[in-house]
Write a protein that binds this ligand. Structure first.
Ligand SMILES: Nc1ncnc2c1ncn2[C@@H]1O[C@H](COP(=O)(O)OP(=O)(O)OP(=O)(O)O)[C@@H](O)[C@H]1O
Length: 240
């Protein structure tokens, strides 16, 4: 990837779901999106507009019906499953709406984070200090020894964020990362994401209904009926 190449480039991305009856739902319709390294982007819009679909496409969990989703120089729609897994392990941290999907339910919080360090580093184990730093940053150090399945929904959401950041990915994708949290804990999570962006240059793409979360990011993209419109934020350093 050249230095001028954006981290994320979506070109004319369309995604059509087909339900059990064969009926088609166009969730995304000709979406163009660019995210540069270190940029913090909010995706907002009404329920059912297509935000989560766009995030799952960026995460390589679903392939677009047509168009291109290019992340870190890889056109995700054309990669083999194996190559896709490699891109996901090295370039992406993902926090889904159901955080339990990203966690090992029987492993402790600490093991979940330690395990997530491995693929990106290519080594047997990452630093224990860094694991505990991440757990501390999301307020879970006192629960480090607790199995993920015994954590509350909000605690699992925070653990999923620590897991997503453990591999030091250049891009963090988060779907409603503060939705299950009270205002104070939500602020902790937002502060961690912004700190990681500041310190490591991690780009953020955050689906949110929370106006405060969106306000703190560089740029807000609104999705309506599967189409994306951009509102540049006055006074921010982010690109539109
Ligand atoms: N697996 C699926 N099969 C069929 N249709 C789907 C599927 N997932 C989503 N859809 C449809 O695609 C459209 C976009 O859904 P999506 O979940 O992306 O919206 P959203 O903006 O994230 O909504 P919310 O804010 O409620 O999470 C909706 O009409 C939804 O019903």
């Amino acid at each position: 990837m050249s230095t001028s190449e954006p981290l994320v480039r979506c070109e004319a991305v369309t995604h059509v779901y087909r339900d059990d009856t064969g009926a088609e739902v166009t969730a995304l319709d000709g979406v163009d999106l660019t995210v540069h390294a270190g940029e913090a982007v909010a995706l907002v819009g009404p329920s059912g507009a297509g935000k989560s679909t766009l995030l799952t496409l960026l995460a390589g969990l679903v392939r677009p019906t047509s168009g291109h989703v290019v992340v870190a120089g890889h056109d995700l729609g054309t990669l083999s499953e194996r190559a896709l897994l490699r891109v996901r392990a090295t370039s992406l941290g993902v926090v889904l709406q159901s955080p339990g999907r990203n966690l090992l339910p029987y492993a402790s919080a600490r093991r979940n984070v330690a395990f997530a360090q491995r693929p990106a580093r290519g080594s047997a184990s990452g630093g224990t200090d860094e694991v505990d730093e991440l757990l501390d940053a999301v307020g879970l150090l006192p629960r480090a020894g607790t199995a993920a399945r015994h954590l509350s929904g909000g605690q699992q959401q925070r653990l999923a964020l620590a897991v997503a950041l453990a591999g030091n990915p250049p891009l963090l994708l988060a779907d409603e990362p503060t939705s299950q949290l009270d205002r104070t804990t939500g602020e902790t999570v937002l502060a961690l994401m912004l700190q990681v962006r500041e310190r490591r240059g991690t780009a953020l793409v955050v689906v949110t209904h929370d106006a405060e979360v969106s306000r703190r990011l560089d740029v807000e993209h609104t999705i309506l009926d599967g189409r994306l419109t951009t509102s540049a934020r006055a006074g921010s350093g982010g690109a539109a």
